[in-house]
Structure formats: structure tokens, C-alpha cells
Design a protein around this ligand. Structure first.
Ligand code: PRX
Length: 697
């Protein structure tokens, strides 16, 4: 990754590992059973049952319900970076031997390549330009309205990044300072991320669908010098005034003693001209008036591999969002390598990930992973169903997209529409599909595979998390057959284990809690300002392991099947929402006395938000009040967190010590009334009957 050692003064460890990962010549394994048995003996348990997988490949496995196998075509496998299980095992083993340390049972401190100096912006841009890709398209941009498009080559992108880096330095942003970015999917969003990285500033992108209160909460936590936003954005047919939201957030932050020096606002002329935008002289600055005046070159700030790169807030099981902190070197190696192998990336590919840069997927697989590989990336501002359900395939044909990465919720929502929206487009350019964010149900998998991919494009169902930085369990699309709905096997070097409630590893066919046994380069290093919460949440539940918060089962062939969150986190359309966050928004409503939120199955969103609400004494239920409660959540968190159902609850089922029994609420919400279990230990058992009676009110 580091083209010129002298210039970047990179230390050997980073380069060594990259050499092994990216440059190593792999001997094509021949079909040799004996060698396979040898690898099985040496292989770490987490990577699955090799002999069973081998039997499948050799056609010796008996068909069973789990053997709904979808093989990569010969043509695909022949050209793939990893084209057989043998090759995968060889690579896994070689990396494994490099250094794999398990987690200590005491204090957790993860470091990779400490002492190495590098810069991720340099590796995304300068290095690609120096190696002959200056005129290659880095970003194809497609606006909300069809017909609006733009593009930047790698050298044009570098110019823009340098101008913004210079501007940020000029207003006093230094290495280690935080910058909050609250932008929609304009090209300026990856530009802003890269500009921060270039000067060693720590970006914290806040999804532009979050409310002013959520934004304020994040600003108060990370205390940025600068906030970068735009005046407005069009989403579908609607105009949203982002600058007003930022103003409200800054006012709220100021009340809490946090003031931000500069609010840099991009004039999104397509949504709305600058006239009418509220303006505070001194603090507010139009991007277009200042940034383009700065030089198009900017010295790189070489940072330690362990210096922070970004903070990204995510939901946990308490009301307070967690500031997940990623550092530079390990994250860089991991996002680059996972991107290359899980999508079988080749330089001729055009890659499109539909995620927003406000989430981790947009960090690792819109900006960093692809650009580290010198890829041409599609950035899409709009929504997949505007103006109609064919929009994605229109974009695929327009830019000749070869790798298309999206979320199951989008697949399910498009599946409900006529297939004609898909089939009227060619989609011939597609060669790899990807899925992320939640388990993809087999019927959605098949529709994606058969209808979108014309039964010829493998699907990489990538399981990972904000915390993991990159893919952890993922198919390598040419290497082994897939099973619809299974994320298959771990990425090189990752050792997933399934443990029981006592934290004991379970071997073979099983179900339990998914943990990771060893450290990997992309792992987050801490929760910003709260290392104790980091250790308590992730490393204490099962001593010696990183606990993912997910349930998982493993079948007889070693394939992994993710079954969803086992903590108080709901996954709505691939967005992670803490039940406690929604509850605290609801109880802030003056007429709400108590609230309990659970997730329920939802046909399109995966999970929906189901809220049990107890009103203050004497307050009658009404449709108006329901709307006002939902609006409170929208205003406090964002529209994506609005409850799907409010269930009026005169009381909530609690234990005698006052703990809400969510297990019972989940059963009531999903109408599994014959599975309520023992309710006799409740403080007031009759509330369960009351709740059942009120289910349809
Ligand atoms: O429950 C898992 C689910 O999404 C959670 C992580 O959410 P977040 O940090 O917002 O990151 C989303 C994008 C990586 C996980 O704990 N999840 C993610 N990918 C999958 C998945 N569940 C099943 N299959 C997946 N491929």
C-alpha cells in the first residue's frame, strides 16, 4: 500500500503484512485429499469444518436441507482471487501464523503496527495517482433527480481534498482535533472525510437523517472545532433544510458549554440556493466562497498507525450512543483487504455500495476500502425507489456497475414491486452482488440472485459491525459454494466461536452467542471517553472473547448462520437502534409515564419498532396522542427510528424487583400468546391479560 518507503517513512510491519496479504503468490492447490487432511489438523477451529466443505466441493456430500448449495460458475471461479477452499485455507493459515493473539482476560488494549507511520488519504489518492491512475474515475456521482450526475478523477479528487485540508488547517484544525460531518451523499462527503484524514484530524460523520438533538449529543461528546454541512438536500420529492438542523444542534451544544468555531456549509444549489439560509457572521462560512481559493496541494500529515482516524457513534443497549473509535493502520489494512477479496475486486470494476457514509458501511466500503484499491465508486444521493423502483438498475446500466453492494431491506422492498422494474434494464455488467446489515432471508437471497443477478453473480453476504471495521464472516465469491442466508466462513485471520451462556465454546453443529477469539487489524480500539464501557460491554460478558451481541448457529458443514441481536438493540432496515434510546425519547413526552420497546419481525424492514406505552394517570388514549408520541421519537432521534406500533399499556409486566420482562413483551408483540411462559412470578400477573386485550386498540 505504501508506494514510496522513504517518503512516507512507513515502518516495516505494515508493509510486511500488506505484502503477505496483497502481494503473496499463491500456489494453486491441486485436488489432493491427503494435503487437505493435513490442513484440517493445523487449522483453527473457527474456520469451519474443512473436511465437510471439502466433501461438498468434491461432490461427495449427500444432499440435505442445509445443502442448498449455490456454486460459483467455472468462469467466475477461474478468474477469482481465491478460487478454491484449499487456496482459502492456505491463505488463512499463512496469515494465522503471522501473529494471532487471543484477548487477554484483564485490561484490553489492541494495537496493530504501532510505531509505523502512514496516512490513509495518501494511500487512497496520492499512491493511486503515482501508480498511473490519475485520470481514472474515482467517483461517479448520481443525484437525487435522474439526469443529475457528475464525476471526479483521482487527481481531481486529490485537488479538492487538498483545498479542503488547507482550509481546515487555516481555521485551526490540527492533528487529533475532531471535525463533525453532517452531509448527505454528495461528493463533498467523502472529500471531507479524506481531507480530515490527510491532516490527521478525526472525523465523526453523523448520518444526515439524525435529528438536531442526536447531532447535538454527538457534538457535545466529541467537541469538534468545525462542523461541515450543506444548506439543504432533496430526498425524493422532499426538501430538507439541514443547516436549520445544525443550527438547532449548535444552539443546544452551546447551552451545554460546547461551542464550535466554524460551521462550513456547502451550498447545495440543486436542492436550494443559499438565499434564505439563516447565517451567523463569524461562525458560518459558505464552502464555495472559501475552499476553492486554497492551493490544490497539501502536505500529508504522517500519523502513527495507532493514531485515531475516525469516531462513529452507534447504538448500544443504553440510551447514550457509543463513540466507536477506529485508528489508522489496522483499519486501513483491513478495509482494503476485505474489499479486495470479498468482492473479488479487479481494477476494471465499477463498484456501487448503496449505503450512506453516515454508517460504517459507507466508511469502509464507499470511501476507504474501495479507494485504497483505486476503484471507481458510484456515490448516489437519492433513494432507490425514486422516481420508481427501477432506479438502481438504471444506475447500474448507466455506469456499467460490476459490483453492487446493498442491504436486505432494499432487496425486500424491491421484491414487492413488479420484476419488470428490474428486467427492463440490461444489468449485464454486474458480476458480484453483496448484502449487509441484517440476515438476508433465503427468499430475498434467491430473488437477488435469480432476478437481479440473472443467476450468474455470486452474493457476498458480509457479516460485520461498526466495531469490527470490516468484514468478519463473508463468502469469498469464487472459493466455495454458498447457501442462501448464510454468511459462510470467516475472513483470513478471524476466529469466530460460538459459546453457550456460560461462555464455553461449543463445537460442531450448534447455536449460541457469537464471539471472536482473537484480535484482527480492523477492530475498534475503544469507546471514545469511556474505555470502561468498552471493556464491560464487549469483553466482560464472556471472558477472553470479544462478544458481538449477535446470535449465530453453525451447520454440519461449518457454515455460519447469523440469527440477529441477542441484546437490547433492534435492527431496523439495517439501522441499529437501541431500545433504550427510543424509550427515553418516548418518556420525554409529557403525557408518557413509562415505555418499553421491543423489536418485532417486519416484512420489509427486517425488524420493526414496537412500543408499549403507559400514559400518565388519567390521560386518555387518542390517535392524536399516538401521532404526537411518534413525532417525539422522530424529532429526538430521526425518522428512521419512528415506532411502527404504539401499544397502550395500563401497566407493564415486571418482576417483583421492578425489572420489565421484555421476553413477555416480545411474545405479546409478535402475537405468540401460547409461548408466554410462566407469568406467575410477575409482580402483577394480570397486566399481561390487559395488554393482550389492548393489542388492537
Ligand atoms: O446484528 C448484526 C447485523 O448488524 C449488526 C451491526 O450493525 P452496525 O454496527 O450498524 O453495522 C451494520 C453494517 C456492518 C450486527 O451485529 N448484521 C450486519 N451484517 C449482517 C448482520 N446480520 C446478519 N447478516 C449480516 N450479513
Amino acid at each position: 500500500c505504501l508506494s514510496s518507503k522513504e517518503r512516507c517513512r512507513a515502518r516495516c510491519q505494515t508493509a510486511n503484512l500488506l505484502g503477505v496479504l496483497l502481494g503473496r503468490r499463491i500456489r494453486m492447490a491441486t485436488d489432493n485429499k491427503l494435503r487437505f487432511v493435513t490442513s484440517m489438523l493445523e487449522f483453527p477451529s473457527g474456520a469451519g469444518n474443512i473436511s465437510a466443505l471439502n466433501a461438498i466441493i468434491l461432490g461427495e456430500a449427500l444432499a440435505s436441507e442445509e445443502n442448498d448449495l449455490v456454486f460459483p460458475s467455472d468462469d467466475f471461479a477461474r478468474q477469482a482471487h481465491v478460487s478454491s477452499p484449499q487456496q482459502y485455507f492456505e491463505m488463512y493459515k499463512s496469515l494465522h501464523a503471522l501473529r494471532i493473539s487471543t484477548f487477554a482476560k484483564g485490561n484490553i488494549s489492541i494495537q496493530w503496527f504501532k510505531g509505523g507511520l502512514t496516512n490513509i488519504c495518501y494511500n487512497c489518492l496520492d499512491r493511486n495517482i503515482e501508480s498511473g491512475n490519475a485520470d481514472k474515475i474515482a467517483i461517479y456521482w448520481e443525484g437525487n433527480d435522474p439526469g443529475l450526475q457528475d464525476s471526479l478523477t483521482y487527481s481531481q479528487l486529490l485537488d479538492k481534498v487538498c483545498q479542503l485540508s488547507n482550509y481546515l488547517k487555516d481555521v485551526g484544525v490540527k492533528k487529533g482535533d475532531a471535525v463533525v460531518i453532517y452531509l448527505p451523499m454528495l461528493m463533498e462527503l467523502p472529500i471531507a472525510m479524506l481531507a480530515c484524514a490527510r491532516i490527521g484530524a478525526v472525523h465523526s460523520v453523523v448520518f444526515a437523517g439524525y435529528s438536531s438533538e442526536s447531532l447535538a449529543q454527538r457534538i457535545i461528546d466529541c467537541k469538534p472545532k468545525v462542523v461541515i454541512t450543506c444548506n439543504a438536500v432533496k430526498r425524493g420529492a422532499k426538501v430538507i433544510h439541514l443547516k436549520d438542523i445544525v443550527d438547532a444542534a449548535l444552539a443546544e451544544s452551546a447551552k451545554n458549554g460546547i461551542s464550535v468555531d466554524v460551521c462550513l456549509t456547502y451550498e447545495n444549489q440543486i436542492a436550494l440556493k443559499r438565499e434564505g439560509t439563516k447565517w451567523k457572521e463569524g461562525k458560518d462560512v459558505w464552502w464555495q466562497d472559501f475552499v476553492p481559493k486554497y492551493p490544490t496541494t497539501c502536505e500529508v500529515e504522517w500519523v502513527d498507525a495507532e493514531d485515531p482516524l475516525f469516531l462513529l457513534y452507534t447504538s448500544g443497549s443504553t440510551g447514550k450512543p457509543k463513540g466507536v473509535l477506529h485508528t489508522t493502520g489496522g483499519y486501513m489494512v483491513y478495509s482494503a483487504t476485505t474489499f479486495k477479496y470479498a468482492f473479488d475486486y479487479k481494477p476494471s470494476d465499477v463498484y456501487w455500495c448503496t449505503a450512506d457514509c453516515g454508517w460504517i458501511t459507507g466508511h469502509s466500503y464507499v470511501t476507504y476500502g474501495p479507494m485504497l484499491n483505486g476503484a471507481s465508486v458510484v456515490v448516489f444521493e437519492g433513494t432507490p425507489t425514486y422516481p420508481d423502483a427501477g432506479r438502481c438498475w438504471d444506475i447500474v446500466d448507466k455506469f456499467k456497475v460490476t459490483i453492487f453492494y446493498t442491504a436486505p431491506t432494499l432487496v425486500r422492498s424491491l421484491m414487492r414491486e413488479s420484476n419488470e422494474h428490474v428486467t427492463r434494464y440490461s444489468r449485464k455488467s454486474l458480476r458480484v452482488l453483496g448484502s449487509v446489515g441484517e440476515p438476508i432471508n433465503p427468499s430475498a437471497w434467491r430473488w437477488f440472485f435469480n432476478v437481479v443477478g440473472d443467476s450468474r453473480c455470486p452474493i457476498s453476504d458480509t457479516w460485520w459491525q461498526t466495531e469490527t471495521g470490516g468484514f468478519m464472516i463473508t463468502p469469498l465469491p469464487g472459493a466455495w459454494p454458498q447457501k442462501p442466508g448464510s454468511a459462510t466462513f470467516p475472513f483470513f485471520g478471524v476466529q469466530p466461536v460460538i459459546v453457550d451462556e456460560k461462555g464455553v465454546e461449543i463445537e460442531g453443529v450448534c447455536s449460541g452467542y457469537l464471539c471472536i477469539k482473537n484480535s484482527w487489524p480492523g477492530a475498534f480500539r475503544t469507546l471514545y471517553g469511556d474505555h470502561e464501557r468498552y471493556e464491560t460491554t464487549y469483553f466482560k460478558p464472556f471472558a477472553g472473547y470479544y462478544f458481538t451481541g449477535d446470535g449465530c448457529s453453525r451447520d454440519k458443514d461449518g457454515y455460519h448462520w447469523l440469527t440477529g441481536r441477542v441484546d437490547d438493540v433492534i435492527n431496523v432496515s439495517g439501522h441499529r437502534i437501541g431500545t433504550a434510546e427510543v424509550e427515553s425519547a418516548l418518556v420525554s413526552h409529557p403525557k408518557c409515564a413509562e415505555a418499553a420497546v421491543v423489536g418485532v419481525e417486519h416484512e420489509v424492514k427486517g425488524q420493526g419498532i414496537y412500543a408499549f406505552v403507559t400514559l400518565v394517570e388519567g390521560e386518555p388514549y387518542s390517535e392524536e396522542l399516538r401521532k404526537s408520541l411518534v413525532l417525539t421519537v422522530r424529532n429526538q432521534i430521526g425518522a428512521f427510528a419512528a415506532p411502527d406500533k404504539i401499544h397502550w399499556a395500563p401497566g407493564l409486566p415486571k418482576t417483583r424487583s421492578g425489572k420489565i420482562m421484555r421476553r413477555i413483551l416480545r411474545k405479546i408483540a409478535s402475537k405468540q400468546l401460547d409461548e408466554l411462559g410462566d407469568t406467575s412470578t410477575l409482580a402483577e400477573p394480570h397486566v399481561v391479560e390487559q395488554l393482550i386485550e389492548l393489542a388492537d386498540r
